[in-house]
Design a protein around this ligand. Structure first.
Ligand SMILES: [Zn+2]
Length: 531
């Protein structure tokens, strides 16, 4: 069973608009609720299309900047649905923007599309079982968000045509979100310049929308320090060498000592993408790559300055040289209250999907497998999440939708297509993403999203309120891009990994001409759990 707009909620809506003498606004209210009911039925009817899109993108499993098949496929669907697609946005070969309609309001629907390294996993299986060992996959659930927005956009477009509603729909992908490497370039390319409202969607195990600064969220700068030393025979003449790897290690050690004296809200982590070639050659080049997270922009800048000084210290200690370059960035998120309230009302009206026994068995199976509480799936939507004051924000993850949220009124819809109590960025977060859990959760999310688009199209007061809130938000704090005017996306990242695994992964791309679902193609019994 899939979920429809709750009759009780509808009745309430109708009562609200029909009491007393009907004014023009009340007529509009009745029209709006009738259209919402219609759009929710329309979205319901697209279950099979949603299933196919999720299965297809899941099977591509592409990493950031390498979302070649994903982008071709999703933008192709929009083109076939009458949208005009512009490609290669902001210097991103996998970046595109699809537009349909005319005039105001301009509503932009976005969601991320990239996968996770080593995330390959068979859907519907509650233990680690990769499709291709070592390959990337959708261990974050980014295969579902653009399909959600496409579904909402296509269903709304049909009503807009029939009802002659003014407005422009813009569908766009979050490229390389895991690298925080796409949205600042979209902003710089002017994608959001004329946009009235941005509705962003991200997978979750719950159904909610936040306004202001969300709980446990940060912004970040992704920055790589490249050290340049002097090579030498490490056995015969080590005194002639200057090790870039020594500098990397000293920088990392320095950062780890400094960590104790940083604010509690910071989060920082690094990897060493280049530590030299082999032990008998003093490493001439070495690099360390940091994500520096804080809860507001001034503190992100401060962290970066601290890291710069530690890097210089490491270079001084080793007689090497250091340069740095920005690999990505994300402003702390700040979402629009009036639009979030509208989306929250729609979330409550739609309600959670109806999970069946198989869905709950899969959820409990993976929770047991990972020694977590066996809560199954969420049955009550979280709804509206209020702003968390900065002094209560204890830090957490980032999303470069933050950059967008300082350039146009923006909200983030979280829809229930995943399982609670999982670690995130993990193969376990992939297991639901090509199963009925994700299909139903995406339908629920698309319904709320489509209803919110209708709110924006039919309620000029909502657009005005959104703009007033945004003006207030940006009164003192103005957006300053962390990327410089000539910084370009690090497009080579992940290229090697995809080149290595793609030939094998290609054998497992979903073939909807031969199979109804991806699980069927892989011969998976749903759900598969340990006995
Ligand atoms: Zn994500």
């Amino acid at each position: 069973m899939r979920r429809m707009l709750m009759p009780a909620a509808l009745v309430a809506l109708v009562i609200v608009v029909s009491v007393g003498r009907p004014s023009a606004q009340q007529h509009d209210g009745a029209r709006l609720s009738a259209l919402k009911q219609e759009v929710s039925k329309d979205v319901e009817s697209r279950y099979e299309a949603v299933q196919q899109m999720l299965d297809m993108v899941f099977s591509f499993g592409e990493l950031g900047y390498q979302e070649v098949e994903t982008s071709k496929y999703l933008s192709g669907i929009l083109e076939k649905s009458g949208f005009k697609v512009e490609r290669n946005i902001g210097g991103l070969p996998t970046g595109w923007v699809a537009r349909w309609g005319s005039g105001r309001p301009v509503i932009a629907l976005g969601s991320d599309i990239d996968g996770i390294p080593q995330g390959s996993q068979k859907p519907g299986v509650a233990y680690h079982s990769p499709i291709v060992e070592g390959a990337p996959g959708h261990g974050e659930g980014h295969n579902s968000g653009v399909p959600l927005n496409i579904t909402a956009a296509v269903a709304t477009k049909r009503l807009m045509e029939r009802e002659h509603l003014s407005g422009t729909l813009v569908v766009w992908p979050g490229v390389a979100e895991e690298l925080l490497g796409g949205k600042a370039f979209f902003v710089r390319a002017g994608v959001f310049k004329d946009v009235d409202v941005v509705l962003f969607a991200h997978v979750s195990d719950n159904f909610s929308v936040a306004w202001g600064s969300p709980k446990n969220s940060t912004g970040l700068i992704s920055i790589q320090y490249d050290f340049q030393g002097e090579p030498a025979h490490a056995g015969a003449a080590p005194w002639r060498g200057r090790s870039a790897l020594d500098a990397v290690e000293l920088m990392d050690v320095g950062w780890n000592f400094r960590r104790e004296h940083l604010r509690v809200s910071q989060r920082s982590h690094y990897v060493i993408p280049n530590g030299g070639y082999q032990p008998n050659v003093v490493p001439e080049k070495a690099s360390t790559w940091y994500y520096l997270r804080e809860i507001d922009y001034p503190h992100i800048k401060e962290l970066r300055e601290t890291a710069d000084r530690i890097a210089q210290g490491a270079a001084l200690m080793t007689d090497t040289k250091v340069t740095s370059h920005i690999m990505g960035s994300a402003w702390p998120q700040h979402f629009n209250k009036p639009v979030a309230e509208a989306e929250a009302a729609n979330i409550v009206a739609v309600g959670m999907p109806k999970w069946d026994g198989a869905d709950v068995t899969l959820a409990k199976g993976i929770q047991k497998e990972l020694n977590q509480k066996q809560d199954g799936l969420v049955t009550k939507p979280l709804g509206l999440q209020d702003d968390v004051p900065l002094d209560q924000n204890m830090g957490g993850g980032s999303d470069d939708i933050g950059d967008v949220s300082w350039n146009a009124p923006t909200i983030l819809l979280r829809y229930p297509a995943n399982i609670p109590n999982l670690p995130g960025h993990h193969w376990a977060n992939a297991i639901s993403m090509a199963t009925p859990i994700a299909y139903k959760g995406t339908i629920a999310g698309a319904t709320a999203q489509a209803m919110t688009v209708l709110d924006l199209l039919l309620r000029p007061d909502l657009i005005e309120a959104a703009k007033a809130f945004f003006r207030e938000q940006t009164k003192d704090q103005k957006y300053e891009p962390m990327i410089g005017p000539t910084d370009m996306p690090a497009l080579d990242l992940n290229k090697y990994v995809m080149d290595t695994y793609r030939p094998e992964m290609r054998k497992y791309y979903f073939d909807p001409t031969r199979y109804k679902t991806y699980m069927q193609q892989l011969g998976i019994q749903y759900p598969t759990v340990r006995p």
